[in-house]
Design a binder for this molecule. Sequence first.
Ligand SMILES: Cc1cc2nc3c(=O)[nH]c(=O)nc-3n(C[C@H](O)[C@H](O)[C@H](O)COP(=O)(O)OP(=O)(O)OC[C@H]3O[C@@H](n4cnc5c(N)ncnc54)[C@H](O)[C@@H]3O)c2cc1C
Length: 448
Amino acid sequence: MEETVVDTPYDVAIVGASLAGCATATFLGRAGKRVALLGRHADPGAYKHLCTTLIQASAEPAIQRLGLDGAMARAGGLRPSTAVWTRWGWITDADGARGFTIRREKLDPMIRELAASTPGVDFLPGHTLKSVLKEHGRVVGVGAETAEGVCREVRADLVVGADGRSSETAAQAGVKARIVKRHGRSGYFAFFRNVEVPHPGSAHLWFLEPDCAYAFPMDNGLSILAMMFPRAKASAFKKDVQGNFLRFFESIPQRIGGYARFDPADQVGKVIGLVDYENTWRHRPPPGLAFVGDAAVSGDPLFGVGCGWALQEAEWLADAIAPALGDARAQDRAVGAYGATLRRKLAAHFFLVSDYSTGRAYNPIEKLTFSAGARDAQAAHLVSEFGSRRIPVRELMTPAALAHAVKVNLTAGQAARATAQGNRAALQERNSSFTFTATGSPVTSVVR
Ligand SMILES: Cc1cc2nc3c(=O)[nH]c(=O)nc-3n(C[C@H](O)[C@H](O)[C@H](O)COP(=O)(O)OP(=O)(O)OC[C@H]3O[C@@H](n4cnc5c(N)ncnc54)[C@H](O)[C@@H]3O)c2cc1C
């Protein structure tokens, strides 16, 4: 029989040493707790490849509290504002919310190092969760296998599943993810150098109805170009991933919101992405267990909320449970309060993100606020604050905000109306003529 190593119990065992897990461990370690942080990868430099890492400004307080803002800037990370193209024109708010961009290749090792060097945190790399230990209906620890094949039992007052959207911790504990809305879009991206965009220094998002595209400036002179399209077209797209990716950007005429101008020869690495990405939420874990990050809430990547929310959730969870650990009933109440915080702060945003990911058209509120945002600075600021997730959804829809948007649109001049009509016609033309192809001539020229 294999020998099982059993440690002295910890206050908290965290499964998953990525953004959510490392941030939770850091906050709890600083609160004087003893934390085991289990990471599947033995290499401390491991990072998530499938992420375009625009971190919304809503996470700024958590990032500052972690002390990561300086480290990210020193590593070349940027603070872009946003420029959103809609059929009514650009919505920009250059003096408004600024998110963070930095490649995961840099961010993940940085936050892991932060957690591992926090007093009280035992970082256990190369530990893969295999089982969840339960006693009398309560989660009391985890069973993990090390990279060397040793079984290890890690017991703790609280187990935190921070192991991503397909959480094995949840599977082992019998907690199912609730699919909130059927996801209807596929998404792919690649890194490029020397990308020129209409609003330099901004993260660009184009709503092409139903396709979407984005261009984010990244550290070290790189940019990410990403495309999203209805999932029904995924099999056609996959017949020539590289060619269709470039043709997609080429198909966005200059008439549609300016353009991302780049030379395909400046591509760095392959086009990667995924076909499916269900919007999931895990409610009500059994006593002794909590979820954080994607393991708790995971929605469509289009609006770039996952990384920021992972860090914010870590802060909310750590602050809720730190004073309660060691007293099972107080701890259960604290985990319940944390769940309520998630619902209060994220549920409405999450619903809208998920709802738009079905591939639906704009709803009436989006039509009103986006059209006003393209025509008026105050309305643009509100849209930008909403997109950065710094304000609750209801603030986008206060009577005053809606009245202002109506007034902006009623008083919009002939030029604004003509712009909207022209954009709409150009969009329709592009959408009716563009299709993915199995093969095609390689795109080697500069993409308009
Ligand atoms: C294509 C794409 C683009 C995205 N772009 C953005 C964006 O621009 N902005 C944004 O904010 N979000 C984006 N996201 C979402 C973002 O990547 C996630 O929300 C974020 O990584 C969540 O962090 P996390 O720590 O919760 O989970 P993860 O980063 O998924 O980390 C989970 C960790 O758990 C570990 N693990 C898994 N199983 C086990 C196990 N059994 N034992 C031990 N460890 C385990 C994994 O190795 C990993 O380190 C994107 C996602 C995708 C797919």
